[in-house]
Design a protein around this ligand. Sequence first.
Ligand SMILES: Nc1ncnc2c1ncn2[C@@H]1O[C@H](COP(=O)(O)OP(=O)(O)OP(=O)(O)O)[C@@H](O)[C@H]1O
Ligand SMILES: [Mg+2]
Length: 208
Amino acid sequence: MAFVIAVAQQKGGAGKSTLAANLAVALGEAGPVALLDTDPQQSLARWHAIRVAQGHAPLRFDTPAGWRIGSALDGLRREKGFVVLDTPPQVDADAARALRAADLVLVPLQPSLPDLWASEAMVAMAEKEKRPWRYVLNRMPPHSRVAEVVLEELARRKSPVLDARLGNRTAFATAFATGQGVIEAQPRSAAAAEVRALASSILALRGQ
Ligand SMILES: Nc1ncnc2c1ncn2[C@@H]1O[C@H](COP(=O)(O)OP(=O)(O)OP(=O)(O)O)[C@@H](O)[C@H]1O
Ligand SMILES: [Mg+2]
């Protein structure tokens, strides 16, 4: 059975598509991956089109919407490996479909209080659907009082947060612009090391 990972966060620009693309590429080292873009903005579809146009290995890729999200996932779930789902920045029926089908919901979170507040509706939906979920801290600055405040608040709430975090690194945008993940475009970068650590922690969660 494939392990289905939905990347979801109501806040626009939180890093959903960046995380989904990089995770799909990194998990590809551990098994077959299908990547689904369920966001009408189609950022990942455009990323994948650039990937193909620039001659990088295509991924198994689809852009289901509405009721097709459930049926696409029903088929893929019976296969081996991983399904990574990018979702729109809204809490609606499509988000519910994606969450309901997920073995793990990843909520990218930039370390600011408004971003944390904006994540609450998606977290509530994951909990309502009884889906395991984790925050993934994204664009983490090396030193920031605001980030510390957010981390303290997450600890106070006992929110599940992955230890693996992504820093604020131009490598992510650069790789995205060439249809690649950072482990392909800049394999020895700090960003690539972060993505590998993230993929390892997800493999560990799948094993539980
Ligand atoms: N760790 C990071 N370091 C630097 N830039 C980042 C990082 N993560 C994301 N970004 C940049 O932030 C912007 C938004 O990222 P992305 O498109 O992945 O967010 P999103 O949550 O999918 O947005 P939307 O809600 O519009 O779908 C992009 O320009 C992306 O390159
Ligand atoms: Mg997006």
